[in-house]
Structure formats: C-alpha cells, structure tokens
Ligand binder design. Structure first.
Ligand SMILES: Nc1ncnc2c1ncn2[C@@H]1O[C@H](COP(=O)(O)OP(=O)(O)OP(=O)(O)O)[C@@H](O)[C@H]1O
Length: 252
C-alpha cells in the first residue's frame, strides 16, 4: 500500500551529450539517452567505469564537464550513496533515523506529529523491521541497516530514486525483499536507477540497462545491452575502464 497519495509529476530524464568526470578527465563521455518516467534501470560496468559518478550527477551533486542533463529540475530525488555514509554510533534510534525521510514534509521548523510517527512505523513495517523503532543504530545488522535506509527512502517519497550498489554485502533475503520494493516503486511510476555489479540480478530484475565502459554509455533493454543471460565473458571484459582526457577546446 502506498503511504502517500500525491500525483506523480515525474518527467523523463534526458542526457544530452553529457560528459562527466573529475579534473577535466572524462569518465563518461558525450552520453545521450532518455530514461522514461517509471523506468527501472541498472547501471553496470567495471570498477571505475563511472557508475557512482553518473549517480552523483543525477543526484545533482556533480556538475557536468559539458553537455546537459534535463528532466530532474523540480523533481524530488532520493539518493542512497554507496556504503551509505552513516555514523552508526550516532546516538539516535531507528525511528529517528528513518524520520529524516520526512524532512520534506516536516521542515526545519515543523512539528513532528503523531501522524509522522505512524508513517515511520508503517515504513519500518514495510521493510520488515516492525517493533524495532527504539533500537539504537549500532545494534543493527548490516541487512537491518540497509532495510532501515530503504524505509527512509519510502518516506522520502521521491519521484526519482537513485541507488549506488544497494545490495553490496547484504544477505540474500534482504536483497530479495528490497528488490521487491524497487518493483513496487516502479509500479507506482517512480523512476529507479541503481548501480549494480551482479549481472544475473540485473537480467532478472531490471528491464533496462545502462552499461558504462571506456567512457561510453550504452543504453537499452537489458538483453540487448548485456546479451543473453549467463553470457560470458561480461560485455566489458575486453575493454577495461579508462578515462579520457577532455580537450579544453572540444568542450569550451
Ligand atoms: N572525487 C573524485 N575525484 C577524482 N576522481 C574521482 C573521484 N571520484 C571518482 N573518481 C574517479 O572517477 C572514475 C570513476 O569512478 P566511479 O566511482 O564513478 O566508478 P564506479 O564505476 O562507481 O566504480 P566501482 O564499481 O569501483 O564503484 C574512477 O577512475 C575514479 O578513480
């Protein structure tokens, strides 16, 4: 059951000759593609190919070297970074951490009401953590913590959900449950983009794939981008990741 009933005003995300990188070195070069609203997209590629870089750009945390990224302005975007930066020794309980997802509703000066508390309880129940509201963060297992971070994402109720390796070092049961949540979000019309390493998981759950290799982006239906399931070697093994220098003139 959705916790919120707001109209979904999401728009397609478009990359127009988008070049991303650091210190004028292109990690993703001149990518042009369109991600329709309600898409479930895997971003794959070898280590260092630029998956996190792309997620950071979509989250608005990294400015392009050149090109444009459109369709994200005015949309609520939720991003779960890789190995989510969270100090587990911070003295708050699980409900307080999850409640941060309600920031857009409560605001800096707003009052945290009984209705907000109930939303936290419901979100925790949706990820299988009912009854653990008062638990300190440092008493949670890795899988429980990841479930809690997804409960926070539920409360963020974003139109675009960005996930950087959300299932790394997470047990199978948790992964299965959280994948179901991704499908649920897609069913609600949210756009979900997740950087992933497990290609069989991508084949099973992600209809669309954006593959990054040699700074090039290839986007389309997963079977077309990655080949048939269980194909070996992985598509990019012949082409190890590299960055390309961006000439000042070319991108002036
Ligand atoms: N803050 C930064 N400053 C400079 N270079 C960076 C920075 N962050 C990443 N890079 C470089 O950009 C390239 C892409 O990194 P990125 O983290 O996006 O790759 P990735 O595909 O997510 O890798 P992995 O699968 O290992 O997480 C790498 O060469 C990396 O060293």
């Amino acid at each position: 059951m959705p916790l919120f009933n707001e109209p979904n005003t999401a728009q397609p995300i478009e990359l127009h000759k988008l070049t991303l990188g650091y210190d004028n070195q292109a990690t993703v070069r001149e990518a042009s593609l369109r991600i329709d609203t309600g898409s479930l997209v895997a971003v794959v590629g070898p280590n260092g190919a630029g998956k996190s870089t792309l997620i950071r750009a979509l989250a608005g945390e990294l400015q392009p070297i050149s090109g444009r990224l459109t369709g994200l302005a005015g949309q609520r975007i939720a991003c779960l970074p890789q190995r989510a930066a969270l100090d587990r020794s911070f003295p708050i309980d699980l409900r307080d951490m999850v409640a941060m997802g309600l920031w857009h509703r409560v605001g800096a000066l707003g009052r945290f009401t009984a209705a907000h508390r109930l939303l936290c309880t419901e979100a925790l129940a949706q990820v299988g953590l009912e009854g653990l509201e008062k638990r300190a963060l440092d008493t949670l297992s890795g899988g429980q913590l990841q479930r809690a971070l997804f409960a926070r994402l539920i409360l963020q109720d974003a139109q675009v959900v960005l996930l950087d390796e959300p299932f790394a070092a997470v047990d199978n049961r948790t992964t299965t449950d959280l994948l179901a949540l991704l499908h649920h979000w897609q069913g609600e019309g949210k756009t979900v983009v997740a950087a992933l390493h497990d290609l069989s998981q991508v084949h099973r759950h992600f209809p669309l794939t954006l593959s990054l290799s040699r700074a090039q982006a290839t986007f389309g239906p997963t079977d077309r981008v990655l080949g048939a399931p269980n194909r070996t070697p992985t598509p990019w093994l012949d082409h190890p990741a590299e960055t390309e220098a961006v000439s000042g003139e070319a991108f002036a």
